[in-house]
Design a protein around this ligand. Structure first.
Ligand code: DHB
Length: 543
């Protein structure tokens, strides 16, 4: 899946939370209780996996090779789900392991467990399926590639901002529900390590894109952190560890309460923007004002969804001018970023402290420049023409400089300031931090201060639980040993500084990090599956 299918799909069908029943949702124990004078069935689901039942044997073809696997679907992974559909997962196991076979040098005991999430736009993620053609029809998806490489796949559905509980009463997927579910799914696997026919629960590798990339990073950073315990208890998660081995994060929309500053540090001075069509659809679904439309004018239907060359989400062709207020906030946010960077005391690979002066210049900016230079140089070396990128300076086949002041106008701005914590509470992230009755909230101090009349602040504990930065290097969690982080060189859903900060913080804490900005990539994921699985093989096979 090159771009979050769920962002597109879920938004197209509207903010529906699908509630369905199937044979898989068999109650193991049923008791009746009365809550607030409403009689409800309180159902407890077994956390014990039974490998002998409820599976199908299936096959799919990848590069002419048939991959046979057992598929277990819709396994509820918590004892007390708020939404059965959103808290269930699919498990796929290569058939060879049932004959004690080997695939890619893995055995049923050593096979790593690939654990992708399908979250996009902070919407609910569906349980993944192996597919011969991914969303754009140009090759097998990550799950099928994983199976063909001998991995067991555990693909959980996860609650998101539009999930309504099975009781029909409340929005049960607001923060921190997404990470609580991902952790619960990991715990379910560990709880069943003896019952699983194959797969090493000490080799779980998460994967996700965008909001799903943020979630994958968060899972990797927060292993066993006690702060999540009450939420895990509430849904009846297994009493097990939830640390993982490795985390693969494509364009993570993370560190949300600082992402507005980072965005303006890069895009300040570009005073118009082009939204993605999914954002327009999201605003329409939620009855929000569409920027650029006259107040009261009905939302325009978005243009047809199609991918551009860089697998970027389709940008609206409508250029919208920032308001004077947005330009002023942009200046405030840009000015606040250096203090944040300097507070982190990040160091590059040579041990150089990465800082910014008041104007936003300094070694951190040079570091970001270096990432773009490397990306452009690699593109050149592989025979690509980079001359259309006017911000890249090439002399005799060597990229000698990139002009970070020219980059933003060339990449174009996608979000007005503030990019994430909108003053009118209209963003996906405001919705994500919203209340059980679906009232969006602020999550960053600057937006809240700036527009104190509108909206409440999400509670500080919830904000903390959604940011991996709060758990790295301080002994508060077991961090995954390995991270692979990608953020395309023309991605402007968030700015490169955000994944770079995450990568540096991890690296500075002794974690193995593979961080790169691929040339000409927009906001997308899973576009380099051979490299991804080579990387996973390399870390899994190292003794
Ligand atoms: C996603 C993209 C965004 O720009 C954003 O703000 C949140 C989520 C996504 O594609 O998941």
């Amino acid at each position: 899946m090159k771009l979050k299918k769920c962002v597109l799909y879920c938004l197209l069908i509207g903010a529906l939370s699908v509630s369905f029943t199937s044979n898989a949702y068999m109650a193991e124990a049923v008791s009746t209780a009365t809550i607030n004078n409403v009689s409800e069935n309180l159902v407890t689901y077994s956390l014990d996996f039974d490998a002998s039942k409820n599976y199908t044997v299936e096959s799919k073809t990848i590069n002419g090779k048939v991959v046979n696997y057992r598929a277990y679907r819709n396994i509820i992974y918590v004892a007390n789900p708020k939404s059965k559909a959103a808290q269930s997962m699919n498990i796929f196991i290569p058939m060879d392991y049932f004959d004690n076979g080997k695939i890619n040098d893995y055995t049923k005991k050593t096979a790593p467990i690939f654990m992708p999430n399908g979250v996009g736009g902070y919407m609910p993620g569906e349980a993944g399926e192996p597919q011969e053609k991914d969303f754009y029809g140009d090759g097998a998806n990550a799950i099928l590639v994983a199976l063909s490489n001998g991995y067991v796949v555990a693909a959980p559905a996860i609650r998101g901002r539009s999930t309504i509980g099975d009781d029909g009463q409340a929005y049960v997927g607001k923060a921190p529900a997404l990470i609580v579910d991902y952790k619960a799914a990991v715990r379910y696997l560990r709880h069943n390590k003896k019952q699983l026919p194959a797969g090493d629960t000490e080799k779980i590798i998460s994967n996700g894109t965008s909001a799903g990339g943020a979630l994958s990073a968060l899972l990797g950073a927060t292993g066993n952190a006690k702060e999540y315990e009450p939420y895990l208890k509430e849904i009846g998660a297994a009493n097990e560890r939830d640390d993982i081995f490795a985390s693969s994060d494509y364009c993570p929309i993370t560190n949300l309460e600082h992402a507005d500053m980072a965005y303006e540090w890069m895009f300040n001075g570009v005073n118009s923007y082009y939204m993605a069509t999914w954002q327009l659809q999201d605003l329409a679904n939620r009855g929000m004002n569409i920027p650029g439309d006259k107040p009261g004018k009905p939302a325009q239907p978005p243009q047809a969804l199609n991918a551009n060359a860089a697998n970027n989400p389709t940008a609206s062709k409508q250029e919208v001018q920032m308001t004077q207020e947005e330009i002023t906030v942009s200046n405030v946010l840009k000015a606040a970023f250096p203090d944040y960077i300097n507070s982190l005391q990040l160091k590059d690979e040579q041990g150089t402290l990465l800082t910014l002066d008041k104007e936003g210049n300094g070694s951190f900016r040079d570091y970001i420049k270096g990432k773009y230079i490397q990306s452009a140089q690699d593109a050149l070396n592989s025979g690509l023409d980079v001359s259309s990128a006017s911000w890249v300076k090439v002399i005799n086949g060597k990229v000698v400089d990139v002009d970070l002041n020219a980059y933003p106008a060339s990449a174009t701005r996608m979000k007005a300031a503030p990019a994430f914590d909108k003053l009118d509470l209209s963003s996906a992230e405001n919705d994500e931090f919203g209340s059980e009755n679906n009232t969006p909230k602020h999550f960053s101090a600057i937006s809240k201060q700036y527009e104190s009349k509108i909206g409440e602040m999400a509670d500080s504990e919830t904000i903390k639980l959604m940011n991996p930065m709060n758990f790295i290097g301080n002994g508060k969690a077991v961090t995954a040993k390995h991270f692979r982080i990608r953020h395309g060189a023309i991605d402007r859903d968030t700015t490169l500084a955000i994944p770079a900060i995450l990568a540096l913080k991890l690296q500075n804490s002794g974690i193995d990090v593979n961080f790169y900005s691929p040339w000409n990539r927009g906001h997308a994921g899973d576009y380099d599956l051979p490299e991804l699985f080579n990387w996973i093989d390399s870390i899994c096979k190292t003794k």
